[in-house]
Design a protein around this ligand. Structure first.
Ligand SMILES: NC(=O)c1ccc[n+]([C@@H]2O[C@H](COP(=O)([O-])OP(=O)(O)OC[C@H]3O[C@@H](n4cnc5c(N)ncnc54)[C@H](O)[C@@H]3O)[C@@H](O)[C@H]2O)c1
Length: 312
């Protein structure tokens, strides 16, 4: 098995939003990339995506041998994985699609290659079941866009060898990501469950008339969201307890949080409720395009990433 610190070639299977972004990040770390996607326009999409992402890659620092051109587009997934030390799979989020792809590449993978799936929440045990290379399959779930957001969640399935999970953790760390080990399989892994919990309440707030979409968003981006870039919810509450820390926070707020939790309900995503969210988001966007909103987000993200990297 190639050492996680010595990966020279990565295959990217599925080059949409996530695959193209992974390609940009791997290239910036001096790793050559072999891409396959069934969509004929995907090659041009990756070229454009890498070109647009490259200034950010330069700003965030690259390895000396990094080149935005060190990638090839292949006609089949079998050809794309043939030389890869590691495969990052980013096919659509549907179990049969992922399994069909794994069936095609199972015999084409190098016998020591690792496959990491970007799946947002499928269960690896279901995805890998029965494949010859299953012991070398794990989840390596990034956050959009993977070329900027450091978090990668690593989860093994029933047939995953413990060494595969360790390899993925070491590999992502080596290429400058912040991997965490999720110890059990769960739909949505961890970070998406946390997002889903917050978004459930955010949708609820809108459809029950508590606040507008824009004000709900401001409640996070101008409030706790700023603190969450510095530290997570548990440590944030340690500070919320003042000198007494988390013990004092719990002593004071335990019954309060329990009473709030008791009032929280799950909204349904009915057509009318979805319409209310869509209309609210459109009003908040004030006519700005997705590209303009992405640029506005990245204008905050990049300096934030530089700052958090500097502070360690
Ligand atoms: N979008 C996100 O925010 C996000 C974040 C983290 C992880 N993910 C995960 O990444 C994966 C890809 O999601 P995405 O948002 O990039 O989707 P996407 O629709 O943007 O891209 C999917 C790509 O897969 C290609 N494709 C279609 N059939 C395929 C097949 N059989 N094999 C390989 N590729 C195929 C499509 O042509 C397309 O280019 C999913 O598993 C998703 O859960 C998405």
């Amino acid at each position: 098995m190639t050492q996680p610190t010595e990966v020279k070639r990565a295959a990217v299977l599925g080059a949409g939003t996530i695959g193209a972004s992974w390609a940009a990040w791997f290239l910036s770390r001096g790793i050559a990339v072999d891409v396959w996607d069934p969509r004929p326009e995907a090659e041009a999409y990756v070229r454009r995506y890498v070109a647009e992402a490259w200034p950010a890659m330069v700003r965030l620092g690259m390895t000396a041998d990094a080149s935005p051109d060190a990638w090839r587009f292949h006609a089949t997934p079998e050809a794309a994985v043939a030389d890869a030390d590691v495969v990052q799979e980013n096919a659509p989020e549907r179990l049969p699609v992922k399994r069909e792809l794994y069936a095609r590449i199972d015999a084409a993978l190098r016998p020591d290659a690792i496959l990491a799936s970007s799946t947002s929440g499928l269960i690896m045990s279901d995805m890998q079941a029965g494949f010859r290379s299953a012991a070398r399959f794990a989840v390596g779930h990034p956050f959009n866009p993977p070329h900027l957001i450091p978090l990668v969640e690593v989860v093994g399935g029933r047939e995953t060898a413990p060494g595969t999970v360790e390899w993925c953790l070491a590999f992502y760390k080596h290429i400058g990501k912040k991997p965490i080990h999720i110890r059990k399989e769960a739909a949505g892994h961890l970070a998406n469950r946390l997002q889903a919990a917050l978004w459930r309440e955010a949708v609820s707030a809108v459809v029950t008339g508590l606040a507008s979409v824009e004000d709900v968003d401001t409640a996070i981006s101008a409030g706790p969201g700023l603190r969450w870039a510095a530290m997570g919810p548990h440590m944030t509450f340690h500070l919320g307890g003042g000198e007494g820390g988390i013990e004092h926070m719990l002593a004071q707020f335990k019954p309060v949080f329990e009473s709030w939790w008791a009032t929280m309900t799950t909204p349904d995503l009915s057509e009318a409720n979805c319409r209310q969210i869509v209309d609210g988001v459109k009003a908040e966007a004030h006519g700005r395009s997705i590209a303009e909103l992405t640029a506005a987000r990245d204008a905050v993200l990049l300096p934030l990433l530089e700052l958090t990297a500097k502070l360690g």
